[in-house]
Design a protein around this ligand. Structure first.
Ligand code: SAM
Length: 296
């Protein structure tokens, strides 16, 4: 299985990915200084804004969030929430049962203006996470699937993928590999009524080989690049053992960790893809995003 040995040395979060409500996920991630969603948000927003501008009055942007967990990408990009706001909300509404938790989350979201007019589709292999994201109104459409296994998409899912024009995958590569992406890309954005797009924004932890990910986009006719000079912090190592093993792996791959993972934080690179004739415009939009993580 791709990334098998890398996944073996990374902390196992399966239990918090599959709880009925997001409490454990949010609390654990907050403790680890999880920030990749927040860090990737301005780049996802930039891609969505470009699609909105380029396809005026047409269909809305339909964003597929691969490995969406409890609707996290949508919370950031569509509702404009910060991770701290999400942490504070669940900390101030503790121990709600499933039904109250979805109701309160819906009530909270209804008071927020959506910052970007998006239809959001969440895909995750965690049935409880997708159920919550849908019931709480964080996503419009939910797909529970593990395309790393033999599963193929149903005709209904193919139709959903065909109508999408933005794919984000933030913090999930490793669990999700080129295999999942290939099953999606076969249909992605194929609807003949699509205007400009599709665009792709993905983060890849430096411990995972990005080449198979780059190759799968090329295979499906995209221009894809790792964006130069942008490196995003993901989370702190869970303990000294995880840090030691991941640093060993990175050094074995001849990756310079001195100004990055040595500080105790895992870092990810940013990959973007678009049809060949649209790539430069997407790249210009992405590199014009102000943020604190320029490498030079
Ligand atoms: C680190 S979380 C990232 C969640 C979210 N994107 C964020 O930024 O907070 C990784 C997610 O990948 C999901 N996942 C694991 N294996 C998967 C698979 N085979 N297909 C889809 N999602 C998967 C997990 O359930 C989890 O929700």
């Amino acid at each position: 299985m791709p990334y098998h040995s890398e996944n073996n040395i990374k902390a196992d979060f399966d239990a918090i990915y599959t709880a009925p409500t997001p409490y454990a996920y949010i609390k654990t991630m907050a403790m680890l200084g999880y920030q990749i969603g927040e860090q990737a948000k301005p780049f996802c927003n930039a891609a969505a804004e470009l699609l909105i501008k380029k396809n005026p009055g047409d269909h809305p942007v339909r964003m597929l969030d691969v490995g969406c967990s409890y609707g996290i990408g949508s919370a950031f990009v569509k509702f404009g929430l910060t991770f701290q706001e999400i942490v504070d909300f669940y900390a101030s509404h503790p121990n709600l049962n499933y039904s109250s938790c979805t109701t309160e989350t819906r009530r909270w979201l209804s008071k927020k203006h959506t910052v970007l007019d998006l239809v959001t589709i969440g895909l995750d292999n965690s049935k409880p996470a997708i159920r919550f994201a849908l019931d709480a109104g964080l996503i419009n459409v939910g797909i529970t699937r593990d395309f790393e296994k033999l599963d193929m998409s149903t005709s209904e899912e193919c139709e959903i993928f065909q109508k999408c024009n933005l794919l984000i995958c933030i913090g999930s590569i490793g669990y999700v590999t080129a295999l999942t992406l290939s099953k999606i890309l076969k249909h992605f954005g194929q609807d003949s009524k699509q205007g400009v797009g599709p665009f792709i924004v993905i983060t890849v932890l430096r411990m995972f080989d990005p080449i198979p990910i780059l190759q799968v986009f090329e295979q499906f006719g995209y221009h894809v690049e790792q964006v130069e000079n942008i490196r995003l912090p993901q989370r702190a190592f869970i303990d000294r053992k995880e840090k030691k093993k991941i640093l060993q792996l990175l050094r074995k791959k001849k990756i310079d960790t001195r100004y990055w993972e040595d500080k105790g934080i895992m870092y990810a690179d940013l990959l973007i893809a678009a049809p060949h004739d649209q790539f430069n415009e997407l790249l210009q939009k992405i590199v014009s995003v102000p943020h604190n993580n320029r490498m030079s």
